[in-house]
Design a protein around this ligand. Sequence first.
Ligand code: C5P
Length: 306
Amino acid sequence: MISHISLKAAAKVNLYLEITGNRPDGYHDLVMVLQSIDLCDRVDIRKTIRKIGTDKIQVTCTNPEVPCDRTNLAYKAAALMQSAYPEIGGLEIAIDKQIPMGAGLAGGSANAAAVLVGIDRLWELGLTQSQLCDFAAQLGSDIPFCVTGGTALATGRGEILSPLPDLTDLVLVICKPRQIAIATAWAYQTFRSQNLLATSKVKEQNLSSQMVTAIASGGESAPNKIGRLLYNDLERVVLPEYPAIADLKNKLLDQECLGAMMSGSGSTVFAIAADLDRAHQIAEAVKTDALDVWVTKSLSSSIFEA
Ligand code: C5P
């Protein structure tokens, strides 16, 4: 049995996010198209026989702003697995953080997914992807996607997944305002309190099925079609509250890109570019001291050996 595993855990963007209902549990029914991107944290998981204080889980992170206590999703993932499988002993989790926090890129969720997959491999539990996704759904709505990755349609709270054909070589420019981190709960609660569902215009347009068709049809024109169909209901609450994010989106749209949209609850805004050269030009044109910018590509999976 191995005692250590190093995994890469990929961020995601929402190519599409439509809120379709208020759920009695406080959550929202969603239709989303999720895409893994090549912006990854590295998660090292090590079995330990040494007792770590009174605790059997120790999390460390290269980013000092990330809390490493029981509130960390990677910690929660390890604790969940320990309670389900008593044979799992102590473990040390070291996170090398590249994915920004409060960004709408599912960085914390990606770390939790890597811990679930890593524990399954380290303790040779033999879990199926569907069993891993069941654990993931107990931890957060987008963690099942972070286990499976690639391109997927997500419904329910976001945990019901249908794989879509891989979008290979989709080129993206990812822009995260350094000073703005947004709490997902705030964005959804504001959407509900402003009753924005009542004035939603996308349902009649059947935009989500147009997006799925664009992805399924594939071919060279797919990025163009996808760029035109990008949609995110949470922009309706986040952009008025954070004009800097609205300005960033407009700046990206002024470039020669195929489309631009906020990811998840923000604050990241991404643009789709026709090719890598164009993406680098866009990145150069929008970059400022207040922004972190990456040029990246779509991935067909989310967790892989580092
Ligand atoms: O599931 P997760 O813990 O990642 O969700 C974070 C917050 O986002 C929830 O507390 C909830 O306020 C909001 N949310 C929602 N509807 C969803 C997913 C998330 O309202 N489908």
